[in-house]
Design a binder for this molecule. Sequence first.
Ligand code: PEP
Length: 256
Amino acid sequence: MNRKYRKTVIAGNWKMNMTASEIKPFIEQLKENMPKTRACDVVLCTPAVMIPAMIKAGKEVKVAAGGQDVSKYEKGAYTGEVSATQLADIGTKYCIVGHSERRQYHHEDDMLVNAKARALLEKGIAPIICVGESLEQREAGVTMEYVAYQVKAALNGIDATQLRRCIIAYEPIWAIGTGKTATAEQAQEVCEGIRAVIRKIYGARPARAVSILYGGSMNAKNAAELLAQPDIDGGLIGGASLKPVDFATIIAASNQ
Ligand code: PEP
C-alpha cells in the first residue's frame, strides 16, 4: 500500500451467496469486530437485487455497496440484464467487471469487459476491473504478457480523468476459491507490472494514483503480508468476505 498516493480498498465479492435479509445481521457483526478507525474504503459487492439493502445497512458503518456485473448496453430489449443507469439510480458506487467467473462461464472477452467498464464510468460508478492468468499461463511463463494485454484492452478509450475512478484487481485464476494464495512476492510482482503498464499509457502521476487490489484466497491470516506490499492497495475477497469476523480482520490488516 502507499496511502500517500492512492486509496486502499477492501472489497468483498459475495458472488451468488447470502440473501437481502441476511445483510443487517452481517453488518451488525462486522461493526462489532471492525477496528474503531480505519484507513481504507470498504465495499461489499452483492447480487444486484441486494444492493438497496446493502446501501441501507452499510451506511452507518461506511460500507459501500457494489455490483458484480453490468450490461454494456444503456437500455432496451436485453432481458435479464442490469444497466449502469439502473445501478447508479439506486446509489451503487462500485461494480466488478471481468471477474474470471464471468469470463469463464459467460464467455466474456476483453472487449466486452472494456465496454462494461466504460458504461459504468459514464454513470459515475467505479469499475473494479479484474484481470489474471490461468495456471497454464503461469506455468508457461506468460503471466505478465497476458495480464498486460488484459489491462490495456480493459482501459482502451478510457481517459486519464476516468482512470482516476478505476480500480484494477489482479486475481490469478488459480488462486480464486481454491485456498491457494499467490505468495506476496508473486502478487507484488504482477501488481507492480500492472502499474508499469498503466504508466506507459497514462504517465507516472496517473499510474501512481491507481489502486491495484489483489484477489485470490485472501483471508484473515494472509491479508497483512499481502497488503504490506508496496503495489498492493487492497483486496478483492470472495470466501472470507462472507464471514464478518474474518472480513473485519482483513479490514484491520489494512490499517498497518
Ligand atoms: C473472488 O471471487 O474474486 C475471490 C478472490 O474469491 P476468493 O477470495 O474466495 O478466492
